[in-house]
Ligand binder design. Structure first.
Ligand SMILES: [Zn+2]
Length: 108
């Protein structure tokens, strides 16, 4: 199988063009030529979006579990409670920003 570096689709080894996104898969050595030049390939942009989503989910987990939004006790250790005040927005808004960046790379 020859994976398309733009969309990740597994094409037949004999394929010269991706079946899913129509990118040209000219070189057998793995070099792929496309009519369009991207800053990041769509596959790498998807990695960026996935990481952004993971960071966002981690931030929401910190908010829910660490913030005491449940039947468990709130973590009231001053150092940990203070860390949550900057860690939670950093993860949530940072994750959103990384996801938006990965989304924007689809057109860059
Ligand atoms: Zn493709």
């Amino acid at each position: 199988m020859k994976p398309c570096p733009y969309c990740g689709y597994s094409n037949l080894d004999s394929a010269t063009q991706c079946r899913k996104c129509d990118s040209s898969l000219v070189s057998a050595g793995g070099t792929v030529y496309s009519g369009r030049r991207h800053v990041l390939s769509p596959l790498h942009a998807k990695y960026v979006r996935d990481r952004g989503l993971a960071v966002l989910v981690l931030g929401l987990l910190v908010k829910v579990y660490w913030g005491g939004y449940g039947p468990w006790p709130v973590i009231d250790n001053p150092a940990l409670a203070h860390a949550r005040t900057w860690l939670e927005p950093l993860l949530i808004y940072g994750g959103l920003a990384i996801y938006a960046l990965g989304w924007a790379f689809k057109w860059l």
